[in-house]
Ligand binder design. Structure first.
Ligand SMILES: Nc1ncnc2c1ncn2[C@@H]1O[C@H](COP(=O)(O)OP(=O)(O)OP(=O)(O)O)[C@@H](O)[C@H]1O
Length: 229
């Protein structure tokens, strides 16, 4: 589903690579934690999958296509297959819960009847049915993140990328968010989650990929946050 072949990313000439010869394959339906210190290259990895950046060298494959050479006009089609969740939720403050989720379908031209079916279904999945009419400021942080996840998933993408989705949440709320991501993963969605949350990584026992200064130093099945020594 996602494959990196010897991928490097250098942002400015002369600077050290943000990603350094990374090779990795994530199959359909896998759950991968990306861990590493601040600046180790986690967000760069996610941006390359989304084609927000292009690899300086190496090849990036997403859903069977080599995307580093994908022409710009095909990028929106690529992004429809990928949902993205952020630490800071990024909801539209002047839209209700329903409208925030519906908007993701409107911008890709889905018909009204699809929206009226898919949005309630997805809000039920994230357990926010009954709160459709609330505005983001009327929700807790955990609820806002559920809206953001509903928005990312409403189009049923094959890949969900999450950049520190529990970074602004307390431990109990984070566990709830992880249960939800786990449920989404079980529908066959490939998930790559960048995180600093050691407790969550240790609880979930999923594949762990660790980056240090852009290099992949560990790829561990059913892994933990810190390497076992
Ligand atoms: N747009 C950019 N231009 C230049 N350098 C960048 C850019 N984005 C990231 N970098 C550099 O690339 C390296 C990797 O950054 P990246 O954001 O991928 O790390 P990260 O692991 O996601 O960090 P964090 O955990 O703090 O989010 C860092 O040295 C950073 O300064």
């Amino acid at each position: 589903m996602i494959r990196f072949d010897n991928v490097s990313k250098v942002y400015a000439r002369g600077a050290r690579p943000a990603l350094d010869r990374v090779s990795l394959e994530a199959e359909r339906g896998e759950f991968v934690f990306l861990v590493g210190a601040s600046g180790s290259g986690k967000s760069t990895f996610l941006r390359l999958v989304l084609r927000e950046e292009r690899a300086t060298s190496g090849k990036v494959f997403v859903a069977g296509r080599e995307i580093s050479t994908l022409s710009q006009w095909k990028v929106p089609h690529l992004r429809r297959q990928i949902g993205m969740v952020f630490q800071d939720f990024r909801l539209l403050p002047n839209k209700t819960v329903f409208e925030n989720v519906a908007f993701a379908l409107q911008v890709i031209g889905k018909p009204r009847h699809t929206i009226l079916r898919a949005v309630p279904e997805t809000l039920e999945l994230v357990k926010l049915d009954g709160k459709e009419k609330r505005y983001p400021h009327e929700l807790s942080g955990g609820e806002q993140q559920r809206v953001a996840i509903a928005r990312a998933f409403v189009n049923r993408p094959s890949i969900l990328l999450a950049d520190e989705p529990t970074g602004n949440l307390d431990p109990g709320t984070s566990v709830g968010i992880m249960r939800l991501l786990d449920r989404i993963n079980r529908t066959g969605t490939t998930i790559v989650m960048a995180t600093h949350d050691d407790e969550i990584v240790d609880q979930m026992r999923k594949r762990v990929v660790e980056l240090v200064d852009g290099e992949m130093v560990r790829d561990q099945a059913r892994g933990v946050y810190g390497a076992l020594r």
